[in-house]
Design a protein around this ligand. Structure first.
Ligand code: MG
Length: 389
């Protein structure tokens, strides 16, 4: 058993959206296919992944270093002990050969995307959904039937009115979601508060609404927003400042009582440990949103969870970033707080299986083997063509 080829291609997301600091006009993602010599139903088993959303395609590093290292390795050294499946940890170790400490995001996204594609292949070879494989390995075998899921929405777009924003939020509630998130920081504070109050009219109360700031508030802006948002008791206030400004995060945690959230821009276990140690983040309420394919993949995510547990964090406080089938499988498999969803956003890459259903804020899981991309017709077409199957 071996990986015979790993292919990657960069695909534009074709998104017209903007958050408060940049637009997605040029945004791309790397799609990866790990092609094995295992044959099922007359076709090779292929593992697929993409590098989530918000970070550009990273094929150069994959082609120059990580794919050649895997292909050059003795295939028998990449198998599990029984020799009946690939071992993602061994494949990860091969990718990390001759890599210097630190500088994580230069490689964590490329490595993580390949690693997640390997997990997809592992689950398909085992003929199980990935969330089941992960639950058996990392969560005491607890396999959920559904996963809490919230909408990352409320983007800014040209010509948008407050009524447009309210209509969007109403659509999310009608679709079955119970928690929605909107962007803040793209307009003056007073206008943002007006937008927020309009959304609160639709969703009812602060526990049904989270806000997402642009990671670039100055100290003064962050403190002004914290003061203004505090009375609304929102579900969380996300990215209130630079993701690596742990001193300012700690200062905000000292004055803002409701939950804060961050983590999608941290790419290593050490970065997240620094957040837990120095960022003032409160394990009893705050939310950590690491994106596993962007931060070395699933095996490293498991190590990050162990580290966070040592700092008193429960898995229910973790919501993986991404709004896609990968983060859904990971949220389900590790028993996390929930997953994000971007309905109708990010073209073929956002969202879940075409037959997934949302009810009472939770999404049903399919029993397709692997991550389940085969249930997303438009996305799977891209992946199938890449793999040539
Ligand atoms: Mg965010």
């Amino acid at each position: 058993m071996r990986i015979v080829d790993i292919r990657e291609t960069a695909i534009p997301l074709k998104s017209k959206l903007a958050n408060s600091s940049f637009d997605f006009n040029e945004m791309t993602t790397s799609v990866v296919a790990a092609i094995t010599d295992v044959v099922r139903n007359g076709k090779p088993v292929c593992g697929f992944a993409f590098n989530s959303t918000g970070r550009y395609a990273c094929g150069a590093q994959m082609r120059a270093r990580f794919i050649p290292r895997i292909i050059a390795a003795d295939p028998d050294t990449l198998l599990n002990e029984r020799g009946d499946n690939l071992d993602p940890a061994k494949i990860f170790a091969v990718m990390m050969r001759r890599e210097k400490a630190g500088g994580h995001s230069e490689r964590s996204i490329a490595i993580g995307t390949i690693e997640v594609a390997v997990w997809d292949a592992v689950a398909k070879i085992a003929e199980k959904p990935l969330y089941r494989v992960l639950a058996e390995r990392f969560s005491g075998g607890k396999v959920p039937m559904k996963v809490f899921c919230y909408v990352g929405g409320g983007w800014y777009w040209p010509g948008q009115t407050i009524k447009d924003l309210q209509d969007e939020m109403r659509r999310h509630l009608d679709a079955g979601y119970t928690l929605v998130k909107m962007k803040v920081g793209g307009l003056p504070l007073e206008e943002d508060v007006r937008r927020l109050e309009a959304v609160l009219q639709v969703v009812g109360s602060g526990e049904h609404l989270a806000v997402d700031a642009p990671c670039n508030f100055t100290r003064d802006e962050a403190l002004r927003y914290a003061k203004a948002l505090s009375p609304f008791k929102l579900r969380w206030f996300e990215e209130p400042c630079d993701p690596l400004d742990f001193a300012l995060l700690a200062e905000l945690a000292g004055v803002y009582a409701p939950p804060l959230a961050t983590g999608e821009n941290l790419f290593s276990t050490q970065d997240v440990e620094n957040l837990a140690r120095f960022g003032g983040f409160r394990a009893d309420r705050d939310v950590i949103q690491i994106d596993p394919p962007q931060s070395y993949g699933i095996g490293q995510y498991a190590k990050t969870l162990d580290m966070l547990a040592r700092h008193g964090w429960r898995r229910s406080s973790l919501f993986p970033h991404g709004g896609n089938q990968m983060s859904l499988a990971i949220a389900a498999g590790f028993g996390l707080g929930g997953a994000e969803s971007y309905p109708g956003v990010f073209g073929d890459f956002g969202g879940f299986a075409d037959d997934a259903r949302i009810a009472d804020g939770a999404i049903t899981l399919s029993d397709r083997p692997g991550i389940g991309f085969e249930g997303q017709a438009a996305l799977y077409k891209i992946m199938r063509e890449l793999a040539g199957i």
